[in-house]
Write a protein that binds this ligand. Structure first.
Ligand code: PMP
Length: 459
């Protein structure tokens, strides 16, 4: 389809290379240029309104145009627009935010800041290596992640990401990064296998992998409590309870990637609380600042933090840090976002509206094109499938997901297709009426996608 591009779209294709975009197709259809936002809505260059059902990239938990959050950012820009934390310097927004994180994340003793989720996860890898060097275990360096897990796109974090597009033609994963199975019961369980049995099998497979690799070579296991970009995959019953003792047995660190899960999304402060993850460290980003300024953090348990602190004493310095890690504007946004989560009782609100949100998803499970509806709190997905068994997939994958997403945009709803799974992650301030509005066009869009699937011979 060749469409007449607007002036803005022409400037866009001539000047930008877009992430996660097919550049050739983009040149034909042009960018969707968003200009403003208010609450759960954003507005494009033509003034059209869209309900932003993904909170941008899973980050704008307080929606768009929040005055209190915007003012906190502006105030910090005027007061101290930049400073750093290198060589013992500090500033109050970083101190206050680290204190807040410690207060909310049980078991976490120290916080080190970065700017992005990828940098947080690269930092996790480096700190796991540094920790084991400090302990005199130079062989203990391998990192285990899960297929379909998403941990970022820098070289180490992309090595942990378990999705094909992040490896194909990027010469990744690096050595020392290995993967284990996806905890997706509907897709991966054996016939008749209960969730508990499936969890036990995955834990057993993890143990076999660690034994095969040699426990003295395995440093850490990283997992999102609820997998996000892999298709919003909710762990089966007993999963982390089964995994945790295996990690403890072999002295393997447990990194909880809370970049999407963190800050009320799953109905608790962290996904680790919802699923008994009991991590040794956490990666935080996105809703940490509500998306109003870039910031990420690694929170470490006391034991790991103390070993690292002592080791810097021996070496002379912690040879790691980013110019913008702990940027005062990002930290001020983080402090304000957490204050707002607490003062406006966002956690209670998520718990209150989640049944309506999850109810809408479950109702759509009966549509002939929907194989599975899943979710927790205010995050969820519909997976399109040729049948309900979980054993079949569309070929080519992703065509119907893209079609469904297009139908929704045409009706004023922005969601994200991950292959043939349609993700939902609205701003957490969403009201029950807005949840109804988010789902209102869904059946019509699924019907249109089903008609397209029939015309294309996909069903
Ligand atoms: N971890 C998770 C769980 C994520 O969802 C993401 C981003 N979607 C990242 C890490 C990487 O974050 P960033 O894009 O800020 O580098």
């Amino acid at each position: 389809m060749n469409v007449q591009l607007t002036n803005m779209q022409t400037r866009d294709v001539e000047a930008l290379l877009h992430p996660y975009t097919n550049a050739a197709a983009h040149r034909q259809v042009g960018a969707h240029v968003i200009e403003t936002g208010k609450g759960v809505y954003v507005y494009d260059e033509h003034g059209r309104e869209y309900l932003e059902g993904m909170a941008g990239l899973w980050c704008a938990g307080l929606g768009f145009g929040d005055k209190e959050l915007a003012d906190a950012v502006a105030e910090q820009v005027h007061k101290l627009p930049y400073y750093h934390l290198f060589a013992g310097r500090s500033h109050e927004p970083a101190i206050e935010l680290a204190e807040k994180i410690k207060e909310l994340a049980p078991g976490m003793a120290r916080v080190i800041f970065q700017s992005s989720g990828s940098e947080a996860n690269d930092t996790q890898v480096k700190l796991a290596w540094y920790y084991n060097n400090a302990l005199g275990r130079p062989e203990k360096k391998k990192i285990i992640s899960r297929k379909k897990g998403y941990h970022g796109v820098t070289i180490a974090s992309a090595s942990m990401t378990g999705l094909p597009y992040n490896h194909i033609d990027w010469d990744l994963p690096l050595d020392r990064f290995i993967s284990t199975g996806t905890p997706h019961h509907w897709r991966e369980a054996l016939d008749g296998e209960t969730e508990q049995e499936f969890s036990a099998r995955l834990a057993h497979e993890l143990e076999e992998l660690i034994e095969r690799e040699g426990p003295e070579t395995v440093a850490a296991f990283i997992a999102e409590p609820v997998m996000g970009a892999g298709g919003v995959i909710v762990p089966p019953a007993g999963y982390f309870e089964a995994i945790r003792p295996v990690l403890e047995k072999y002295d393997v660190l447990m990194i909880s990637d809370e970049v999407i899960n963190g800050f009320c999304r799953t109905g608790e402060w962290f996904g680790a609380d919802t699923y008994n993850v009991n991590p040794t460290s956490m990666s935080l980003a996105k809703q940490l600042t509500g998306g109003y300024a870039p910031l990420s953090a690694v929170a470490l348990c006391r034991e790991q933090a103390e070993v690292i602190e002592q080791h810097t004493g021996k070496i002379g310095t912690l040879g790691h840090g980013f110019t913008y890690g702990g940027h005062p504007v990002g930290c001020a946004a983080g402090v304000a976002a957490i204050r707002i989560y607490q003062e406006r009782k966002i956690l209670d609100h998520v718990r209150k509206v989640a049944p309506k949100f999850q109810g809408h998803l479950q109702r759509l499970k009966d549509h002939p094109l929907v194989g599975e509806a899943r979710g927790v709190g205010l995050i969820g997905a519909l997976e399109l499938s040729p049948d309900k068994s979980g054993k079949k997939t569309f070929d080519p994958a992703g065509k119907l997901g893209a079609k469904l997403m297009g139908e929704l945009v045409a009706r004023g709803v922005i969601l994200r297709a991950m292959g043939d799974s349609l993700g939902f992650c609205p701003p957490m301030i969403i009201t029950e009426e807005e949840i109804d509005a988010l789902f209102a066009p869904m059946e019509e869009c699924l019907d249109a996608t089903l008609a397209f699937a029939k015309a294309e011979g996909l069903v």
